[in-house]
Design a protein around this ligand. Structure first.
Ligand code: C2O
Ligand code: CU
Length: 477
C-alpha cells in the first residue's frame, strides 16, 4: 500500500541547523480589546505572500498567507468575549474563514456555499461571535480548502482560560507538511490530482512547525511548558515523540481531559486535531532535546528544545499536576437519542461501483470524471437536503461504518462529541472531540447533544477526501 509513498526527503535530515525562535515571535499579534462592549475589529487579510518554508536561510517562496505570515496571526481571545474579525480578501479567488472547533453561531461558521456566500477578491466579510470554550482552536478557509490550506492559509485561535494554569512558556506547535517541487517552491502542478484524492490525500514532503524548518524553543531546566499542538496538514496523520521531557496530555481538540494522561512518550494527531501538553523540563542545563515526527516509521526532527546554560528561577520542577477547568458542555444521553448509520465508501481499493451525485446515479467512471471518488450512504458530495434533522436539545448518534481501505479524520461543525462505541464495543468516559480518526474498516459511533441550531457540516478533514465526496451535513432545528 502506497500510503506514505511521499516521504519527507532525506535531505531534511542534514539540515538540522539551529536558529532561535523566540516566544514573542511565536505569539504574534495579540488581540486588542475594545472599550464599552464594542470589540475592536481585527482584520484578517489573506493574500499572496512569500515565506521561507524550505530549510533555514532559504529564499522565500510564494505562498498564500493571512496578514503576510504563515501561520497567520495568533488570535488570543477571552472566553465569551465579543469578537469581531474582518476578512479582507486579497486572494486571486473567493474565500471564507471557518473557526474550527468553536461552538459558534451558525451564520459565522464560514462554510462557503452553506452558511455564507464566498467572499470574492477585494471584498470583505465581518465575523462577529464569541467563543464559549477555553482551549486550543484554529482558523482556516472553508472554500477550496484543499488548495488554500496547502498554500499556507491557517492560524491558531487560542481561547484563554478564566484562570490559566501556571506555566513558564505557552508555546504553539503548528505542524504542516508541504509538498515542494525540486526547486523548493510549492508544488502547485499537483493540486487536484486524482491520485491524491482517491488515496491518502495530498501528503507533503517537507515538514514545518510554526512555518519553520526545525525551530528551536529556548527553555530552562525545571521550566513548565504548555505546548499547543495543531495538525494543519491537508491529509497527513502525524505522530510526535518528545525526547527528555516528562509529558502530560491535558486537552484534546480544545477540551480539557477529566484526568490528564501522564507518562506519554508519543502523541498522534490526525489532520485538524489538537493536543495540549504540559511538559516539564527535567533535563540539565545545556541539553538539547529533539521532537521527532515518527509516523512514517522513520524519525524526522520536527523541532527541538535548547535548555539554557543559565538555570531558571525554579530550583525544582513544579510538583503539582495541571488540571484545566472543564468547559460546560451538555453530556449526550443515549436513552432518547436519534441515530443514523453513515456508510463510508469509495477510494482506491474500495470497490465502489456507483454513487449518487448531483441527483443522478453515476457509475464509477462518470463519478471520477466529476472528481468524485468517495460517498457517504451512497451519495458523493454535499447534498441539498441534510443527512439528518435533529431537534434542538436532542442527543444525536452517528454510527460511522468505514468500508474504505483508508483512515478518515471525521469532523463535526458547531459541536463537540464523544465516541460511544468502537467496533461494537461501548466506550466509557471518552474525551470530547471535534475531529475523530476512523481507521480503515473500523466502526465508530459518536454522540452529541444537538444544542446549537443551524446547518452543520460533517466531513472528512483529509481535504482531498472532502473535495472528492466525503462531506455531508445535518440540521439542528
Ligand atoms: Cu476545519 Cu469543516 O473544517
Ligand atoms: Cu478521509
Amino acid at each position: 500500500m502506497a500510503y506514505y509513498e511521499r516521504k519527507i526527503t532525506r535531505r531534511r535530515l542534514m539540515t538540522m541547523g539551529v536558529g532561535a525562535v523566540t516566544t514573542a515571535a511565536m505569539m504574534g499579534g495579540n488581540m486588542r480589546k475594545g472599550w464599552a462592549g464594542e470589540p475592536a475589529v481585527q482584520v484578517l487579510n489573506p493574500g499572496e505572500a512569500t515565506a521561507a518554508i524550505y530549510e533555514k536561510g532559504s529564499a522565500p517562496v510564494p505562498v498564500w498567507a493571512y496578514n503576510g505570515s504563515v501561520p497567520g496571526p495568533v488570535l488570543r481571545v477571552g472566553r465569551n468575549q465579543p469578537l469581531h474579525f474582518r476578512l479582507q480578501n486579497d486572494l486571486p479567488q473567493p474565500t471564507s474563514i471557518h473557526w474550527h472547533g468553536i461552538r459558534i453561531d451558525n451564520a459565522m461558521d464560514g462554510v462557503s456555499g452553506m452558511t455564507q456566500v464566498p467572499v470574492a477578491q477585494g471584498e470583505s466579510f465581518d465575523y462577529r461571535f464569541s467563543a464559549p470554550d477555553a482551549g486550543t482552536y484554529w482558523y482556516h478557509p472553508h472554500h477550496r480548502s484543499w488548495e488554500q490550506m496547502a498554500r499556507g492559509l491557517y492560524g491558531a485561535l487560542i481561547v484563554e482560560e478564566d484562570v490559566p494554569p501556571e506555566v513558564d512558556h505557552d508555546l504553539l506547535f503548528i505542524a504542516d507538511d508541504w509538498r515542494l517541487a525540486q526547486d523548493g517552491t510549492l508544488d502547485v502542478s499537483s493540486f487536484g490530482a486524482m491520485g491524491d484524492h482517491s488515496h491518502g490525500g495530498r501528503l507533503g514532503n517537507w515538514l514545518t512547525i510554526n512555518g519553520r524548518t526545525s525551530p528551536v524553543f529556548d527553555v530552562r531546566s525545571n521550566d513548565r511548558i504548555r505546548m499547543r499542538c495543531i495538525n494543519t496538514a491537508n491529509a497527513r496523520i502525524m505522530s510526535f515523540r518528545f525526547d527528555g521531557m516528562t509529558g502530560h496530555l491535558v486537552a484534546l481538540d480544545g477540551q480539557p481531559l477529566a484526568a490528564p494522561r501522564t507518562g506519554l512518550t508519543e502523541i498522534t494527531l490526525s489532520p485538524a486535531q489538537r493536543v495540549d501538553l504540559i511538559l516539564d523540563v527535567t533535563a540539565k542545563p545545556g541539553a538539547r532535546l529533539a521532537v521527532w515526527e515518527v509516523s512514517t516509521g522513520q524519525a524526522y526532527e520536527a523541532a527541538s528544545f535548547q535548555v539554557g546554560e543559565q538555570p531558571g528561577e525554579r530550583q525544582q520542577p513544579i510538583p503539582d499536576p495541571v488540571i484545566l477547568q472543564a468547559n460546560v458542555l451538555a453530556v449526550p444521553s443515549l436513552d432518547n437519542a436519534v441515530g443514523i448509520d453513515l456508510l463510508m465508501e469509495g477510494g482506491a481499493m474500495g470497490g465502489m461501483q456507483s454513487a449518487m451525485y448531483g441527483g443522478k446515479v453515476l457509475d464509477i467512471r462518470d463519478l471520477v470524471a466529476q472528481g468524485m471518488v468517495w460517498a457517504f450512504n451512497g451519495v458523493a458530495g454535499r447534498t441539498g437536503t441534510p443527512l439528518m434533522t435533529v431537534k434542538r436539545g436532542q442527543t444525536a448518534v452517528i454510527n460511522m461504518i468505514n468500508q474504505t481501505s483508508w483512515p478518515h479524520a471525521m469532523h463535526l461543525h458547531g459541536h463537540h462529541f464523544k465516541v460511544v462505541e468502537r467496533n461494537g464495543r461501548a466506550t466509557e468516559g471518552a474525551p470530547w472531540r471535534d475531529t475523530e480518526l476512523v481507521e480503515a474498516n473500523e466502526r465508530v459511533a459518536i454522540a452529541f447533544v444537538a444544542d446549537n441550531p443551524g446547518k452543520w457540516l460533517f466531513h472528512c478533514h483529509m481535504l482531498e477526501h472532502q473535495a472528492a465526496g466525503m462531506i455531508t451535513w445535518l440540521e439542528v432545528l
